[in-house]
Design a binder for this molecule. Structure first.
Ligand SMILES: Nc1ncnc2c1ncn2[C@@H]1O[C@H](COP(=O)(O)OP(=O)(O)OP(=O)(O)O)[C@@H](O)[C@H]1O
Ligand SMILES: [Mg+2]
Length: 230
């Protein structure tokens, strides 16, 4: 579904992503791990087109997308859950969800399924995003990314600052979405246990480079926890 080849990215003169390769398949969760500042968010922003890449290629379903705008990439089927959630605090839950449908035709309704995944959102439709708890905002950000029915879902540290019971709910939803088989998921995560529990594949980054990768089932044996320990 997603094929990232030899991507290089710079912020001004700083070389941030260095020959990054990454793949994500339908029905699988690919976890990207790494300490603070290694380039995880920059990688996801490059996938979404929020920062330009200097060289390399990004293909979605065999189609090169690295020159497309973020809007076009959303329309092609990428859903993005940004670090820190970035929901619209002054808009209602309903309005936030409608923003997730911006790439669809005018009258596309909010899929009822989103409220099965996150029942709390149904009770809070008229409430302002900014009045939700951190965990509820995270669920809203995920629901917003799912609204248009993406085939690739990318999530940037969805557990950051979230209470444990909501982390569990989010983990269950991610697993369920993957198990349906029609979506590829790329999960950036620093919470190791959460990452290991969900990973079908893992990638470890250090200073903008992929330094290790493999099947999720081998993370423990290969000492990935130690690789990313602070
Ligand atoms: N807009 C920017 N302009 C210049 N440098 C930036 C910018 N955004 C990030 N950087 C730098 O790029 C590097 C990678 O940052 P990035 O946010 O991708 O890391 P990260 O792995 O997501 O970190 P964290 O785990 O803290 O979220 C860091 O050195 C950071 O300081
Ligand atoms: Mg980050």
């Amino acid at each position: 579904m997603l094929r990232v080849k030899e991507v290089n990215q710079y912020y001004g003169g700083s070389h941030i992503l260095r020959n990054v390769n990454l793949q994500a398949e339908l029905g699988k969760v690919t976890v990207v791990l790494g300490r603070n500042g290694v380039g995880k968010t920059t990688l996801l922003k490059s996938l979404m087109g929020l920062v330009p890449i200097k060289s390399g290629s990004i293909e979605l379903d065999g189609v090169p997308i690295h020159k497309a705008t973020p809007y076009e990439r959303a329309r092609l089927g990428i859903g993005f859950v940004p670090q820190g959630r970035e929901i619209f605090g002054r808009l209602t839950v309903q309005e936030n969800l409608l923003m997730g449908l911006a790439t669809k035709k005018g009258s596309t309704p909010i899929p009822a399924e989103l409220f099965e995944l996150f029942p709390v959102l149904k009770q809070m439709l008229g409430r302002r995003g900014g009045d939700l708890s951190g965990g509820q905002q995270q669920q809203l950000a995920i629901a917003r990314a799912l609204a248009a029915g993406p085939k690739l879902l990318i999530l940037d540290e969805p557990t950051e600052g979230i209470q444990p019971n909501i982390i569990k709910d989010i983990g269950r939803v991610i697993r369920m979405l993957a198990d349906r088989g029609n979506m590829a998921i790329v999960l950036v995560e620093q919470y190791y246990d959460f990452a290991e529990a969900l990973a079908d594949h893992y990638v470890v980054m250090e200073r903008g480079e992929v330094i290790a990768s493999g099947p999720g089932s081998e993370m423990q044996a290969r000492g990935v926890r130690q690789l990313v320990a602070i």
